[in-house]
Ligand binder design. Structure first.
Ligand SMILES: [Zn+2]
Length: 122
């Protein structure tokens, strides 16, 4: 998860817009304490109570638009090969097809979202 922070941090404004309010059971990450936790209405996030990183599910089966896969627009196909490599193909209307390669499906989708939302990640 930590290696994905380089995508998740710059994408936070768009992710939070797509997900809306924090919901019971959402996964958060506290940069100060370097740990993840599950958001709970009662305990209200990490003990330090700072603005934390909201970590979406890769696919949210209950509310698809709150998951990374649902945030990615256009026709898309994600393939995971036997050797473990991942290839994501996205076709956005009026645009050329784009390919994203990564070590995990989540990383491939995050790369595509960076492109979709014009966020540059080194
Ligand atoms: Zn904390």
């Amino acid at each position: 998860m930590k290696d994905l922070l380089k995508y998740l941090i710059p994408l936070q404004p768009m992710i939070k817009k797509a997900m809306g309010e924090w919901q019971h059971g959402d996964k958060g990450y506290c940069i100060t304490h370097n740990e993840s936790y599950l958001y709970d209405y009662e305990t209200n996030s990490c003990c330090c109570n700072k603005e934390n990183i909201l970590i979406p599910l890769t696919i949210d089966p209950v509310n698809p638009k709150r998951g990374l896969w649902g945030m990615l627009e256009g026709a898309k196909v994600l393939k995971v090969y036997a050797n473990g490599s991942v290839n994501l193909r996205v076709l956005v209307e009026g645009e050329f097809e784009k390919y994203y390669e990564a070590d995990t499906p989540t990383e491939a989708i995050l790369k595509a979202l960076c492109h979709q939302w014009e966020v540059e990640v080194k």
